[in-house]
Design a protein around this ligand. Structure first.
Ligand SMILES: CC(C)(COP(=O)(O)OP(=O)(O)OC[C@H]1O[C@@H](n2cnc3c(N)ncnc32)[C@H](O)[C@@H]1OP(=O)(O)O)[C@@H](O)C(=O)NCCC(=O)NCCS
Length: 143
């Protein structure tokens, strides 16, 4: 049976989305926080297999200048089958026309994003609420 792709959260089970991120793994993302984050994201993308959520991603965008891809994850049982590629391509398609589309990869996932044309930024900077964790996970430089 083909996967069912959707761009809406109308019938989202937020606990199921939280579980997807936990097992992908992409970290602990509580359901109530995901609900806010996705509600405030201009573009979303989800894949279901027989009613089960198997891939997700979102993009924060201002509609003209800057778009930020994040929270991209595929269920472990479905990884390596091209789903991540579809999620990113769908989000890139929605964000087309923005002057810049940015993201930061989980450490080690840079080669996955390079395939879409993402290139390293030389001046990217960030303020993380949990700076120590960001350093430990390899996404922030220790000064
Ligand atoms: C990263 C992730 C989204 C990739 O999704 P996926 O469905 O497994 O990837 P795909 O099968 O679509 O792979 C697409 C291409 O990227 C390559 N690729 C996938 N993961 C890769 C990795 N970690 N490093 C290098 N290349 C990778 C594949 O070989 C494939 O190449 P091809 O098009 O030349 O055949 C998925 O592994 C995942 O959810 N990981 C855990 C959560 C995570 O780290 N998310 C990213 C946050 S930044």
């Amino acid at each position: 049976m083909p996967l069912n792709w959707t761009e809406t959260t109308d019938s989202m089970d937020w606990e199921e989305l939280s579980t997807l991120y936990r097992i992908a793994p992409l970290g602990e993302k509580p359901a109530e926080r995901l609900k806010i984050a996705f509600a405030n994201s201009m573009y979303k993308c989800f894949a279901y297999d027989n009613g089960e959520l198997v891939a997700a991603g979102r993009c924060l965008a201002d509609g003209i200048d800057c778009a930020y891809l994040c929270d991209i994850a595929v269920h472990p049982n479905y990884q390596g089958r091209g789903l991540g590629k579809v999620v990113v391509n769908k989000l890139l398609g929605f964000a087309v026309g923005h002057k810049k589309i940015i993201l930061y990869a989980a450490a080690g996932k840079e080669p996955f994003y390079k395939k879409f044309g993402f290139k390293r930024m030389t001046t990217a900077m960030a303020i993380f609420q949990d700076e120590q964790r960001a350093i430990e996970s390899g996404v922030l430089e220790k000064e």
